[in-house]
Design a protein around this ligand. Sequence first.
Ligand code: AGP
Length: 614
Amino acid sequence: MCGIVGYVGPREALPLLMGGLRRLEYRGYDSAGVAVQQDGALQVMRAEGKLDNLAAIVSAHPTAGHTGIGHTRWATHGRPSEQNAHPHVDCGGVTAVIHNGIIENFEALKAPLVAKGHRFSSETDTEVAVHMLEEELAKGRSLDEAALAVLPRLEGAAALAFISSRDPGKIVAARIASAGGVIVGFGDGENFIASDMPALLEHTRRVVFLEAGEVAVVTKDRASFFRTDGTPLQKAPQTVTWDSVAAAKSGYKHFMLKEIHEQPRAINDTLLGRVDRGSGRVVFDENVKLTDEQVRALSRITLVGCGTAGHAALVGKILIERLARIPCDIDIPSEYRYREPVVTKGQLLLAITQSGETADTLAAMEEARKRGARLLTLVNVMGSEASRVADDVIYLHTGPEIAVASTKAYTAMLVDLYLFAIYLAQRRGAIDQERSRRLLAEAFHFPTLVDAVLREEPKVRALAYRYHTARNFLFLGRGVNYPTALEGALKLKELSYIHAEGTAAGEMKHGTNALIDEDLPVVAIALRDSVYKKMRSNMEEVRARAGVLIAVANDDDDEITGRAEEIIRIPKTEELLEPVLAVVPLQLLAYHIADRRGNDVDQPRNLAKAVTVE
Ligand code: AGP
């Protein structure tokens, strides 16, 4: 999704803007641009494609200036091109705008401007905002006054930032409706804006998050805040804990590989402080405000999440139903928001989202809230919209996840869902002390167990190199590992662009069997658990049709030897925690196949890290 950066202060703005944009590359983009105030005029440079294209233009046109904005664009209105890249400028090239999101009423706003003679040079919805601003500035207004006159007329979900050579040394940034974050970062005699924390971490950790309908007017010495109706606001900076070291590659070839290897640490961090050693009870911090009485009164839990977070939701349903005996259902947020869902008394919506900014997930939360559900979110990014609108928040505490493909956030989601299921079960008396003690003890082995799986990487890499030219892949799982099969397929297709399907193995005979032949690699998650025998039969069905079997099996399973072309071994664990271990070789498989194919692993084509548009 689009990324926004801005700087105002004594330093040269351009290198800072380019550095900030580099930090936002992970969000996914197709073009980029910068605008810098220089000697009473604006210098605007833009390029289609990767940031290196923009960097080449920037180095050919050295520009000195101390106020500027920069943008990475992920096309919504208008194809990816230099012409559609942001910043967009008004007719006189005096004022520039960058924008993340969609201005839904842009056509209605554009018509009168065109009639007045404004010349539009892009196909974007964004450009309308800067021509509207031009009208207001022509009335002798300052940039902030002009912005406050324009912003209430824009409809949709958007974050915007403006600079103008008419009003130098100032950035106006705004957040309209919920999607599209804006963060103001406070330095010493200098200030920043950004859509995401990684662009700020190297400069400051003192930040203010703009809420929907808020505007920041930022100069080098201060930031003032307003509602879009002009009412002044007091907002105190908060200090965030992520550091820039965590947001760098640390010697790994890609962020994704680094994040896969960070999983033992990430699991450890997410477990930290969540079990009271004395009572053996799961405890969350003050961000979870549910009382024991409210937990006992829960009648149903609806779990929602997109993509990988949706697969975590599927596992969560199994965990909560098995341990806490609360009926659960699963919904895809983009469906839930439009299907007029029934919400009954005592219903909880559990929204799972790494970024906390996914537009569909936020809309599902809003819909559930309207219908009277309590909202709990499982989220990684502190201060994100999901964390602000939910009644209860469980933070994943995995540190920033930069690669578009989610890995460490997924396994942390699974571990937190496991803890949450035990938390519910303990408070509802659905589990005895001995069983919960055993389940929790197993979770604390996980950093070591995941480490053991990671040691299988050379074997998985060799497999990846053997099968990287396959045109299709099938992933089979049952029970708690059916979502693992879906996640394995999603990882592979998003990174390698190989068509992949995940299927509940028992469903194969109802259609998918027709795909099996000697060219189809079939990854079967066949762990020694309650569905092991069933899974083994499904593997035989594949063998009978000459499919190429790759099994993920337990390291003590001799029976499976000779029953698959390839076997990846993982340690035996409690069945409900198996998905945490089983997904790791599948992450590595997808990573190495994509890398072998020469793909852009951290920023796969057509995808974005935080999907802030519908
Ligand atoms: C994960 O690999 C995907 N890129 C994607 O499915 C992602 O999980 C989804 O867009 C949801 O994101 P969120 O967790 O930030 O809400």
